[in-house]
Ligand binder design. Structure first.
Ligand SMILES: [Mn+2]
Length: 175
């Protein structure tokens, strides 16, 4: 199944629209935060409710999002979520609460503690693709305000039971 990961759209709904226009057929979309309303906007484009079916691997299409540090605190929105897909378990969090600007050791530990094999974060606006030993750590960069290149970015992942992940970086033309 195809997974799309984006982050740090910071209210730029046209960035969300561009990602969805390029990747309209994924079964699972993860937005790693900043801001949650953009994840909700993506869910509207996909035609589902944000975070519906978080635990339901059978759901046809899912859009899962977490708040970032630029979101208003909301007790109903946990900072991290765990999503099961194709025999994998993915920890999704913005990452500011575990200091991703200074490294991803705490993030990888949190993923291991939650019995996950994949950790997805945002916040840095810098792409990271680190294959699992044993945790695969992924940051899609920012789909609106990149800090590592001129072009905004996002990731797609081909997830298959018992197979290695195929992670692909996508760069979009600057606006
Ligand atoms: Mn942030």
């Amino acid at each position: 199944m195809k997974l799309v990961i984006l982050s740090d759209t910071h209210g730029n709904t046209s960035a969300v629209e561009r990602v969805y226009a390029e990747q309209p057929d994924a079964a699972l979309y993860l937005h790693a935060g900043d801001v949650l309303s953009d994840a909700r906007y993506l869910a509207m484009l996909v035609g589902v409710q944000l975070n519906d079916g978080e635990d339901d691997e059978q759901a046809a299409r899912r859009v899962i999002g977490v708040p970032g540090n630029s979101d208003w605190p909301d007790a109903n929105q946990p900072l991290a979520r765990v999503i099961a897909a194709e025999g994998h378990r993915i920890l999704l969090t913005h990452g500011h609460s575990c200091g991703v600007r200074y490294g991803t050791e705490l993030l990888a530990q949190a993923a291991a503690d939650a019995d996950c094999d994949i950790a997805v974060y945002g916040h840095t606006h810098v792409v990271e693709i680190t294959p699992g030993t044993p945790i695969t750590v992924l940051c899609p960069g920012s789909a609106a305000r990149p800090r590592d290149a001129y072009e905004p970015s996002y990731l797609t992942v081909e997830l298959a039971r018992g197979k290695a992940l195929e992670v692909k970086l996508h760069r979009m033309k600057q606006f």
